[in-house]
Design a protein around this ligand. Structure first.
Ligand code: ZN
Length: 56
């Protein structure tokens, strides 16, 4: 199932794709911060939001 991982600070899409990725990998790829708002990201429910993407 496609997924979207969002920054909870600003809603920036950190990852969107059909491949399931571990959120920690996405966070590490961004250097542990949101590239848009600079929020420090940790794999916690308060920091990121993971949504399934509906195919259109
Ligand atoms: Zn952000």
């Amino acid at each position: 199932m496609p997924q979207t991982i969002l920054c909870k600070g600003c809603g920036h899409v950190l990852y969107r794709g059909v491949e399931l990725r571990p959120p920690i990998e996405i966070i590490q790829r961004n250097g542990g911060v949101c590239p848009k708002c600079g929020k420090k990201l940790q794999f916690r429910i308060e920091d990121i939001e993971i949504l399934p993407v509906k195919e259109e």
